[in-house]
Design a protein around this ligand. Sequence first.
Ligand SMILES: [Zn+2]
Ligand SMILES: [Zn+2]
Length: 82
Amino acid sequence: MYNTLSMLEKIDEVRSLHIFDGYLNYDPNTSPHIHCYCKSCGMISDIMMEGRADVVVPRKEIEGFLIDHIGVVFKGTCTLCR
Ligand SMILES: [Zn+2]
Ligand SMILES: [Zn+2]
């Protein structure tokens, strides 16, 4: 059973993910970096990495899947929202 609040949270979560996904599709920064995403205001900031942002791709499971983005996202609350 979902109450109204958790429903709203779910909708908000979906919306946030959509905004974030859209951002990733036109992220102008092509250097290796990670993202900090504020769940409260939707702010996304780029954090530059020294070297590569390493993500282990499970080859077997991902076979046939065309990857156009590999990234690390830190979700949380930004300084202003805190
Ligand atoms: Zn924020
Ligand atoms: Zn970025």
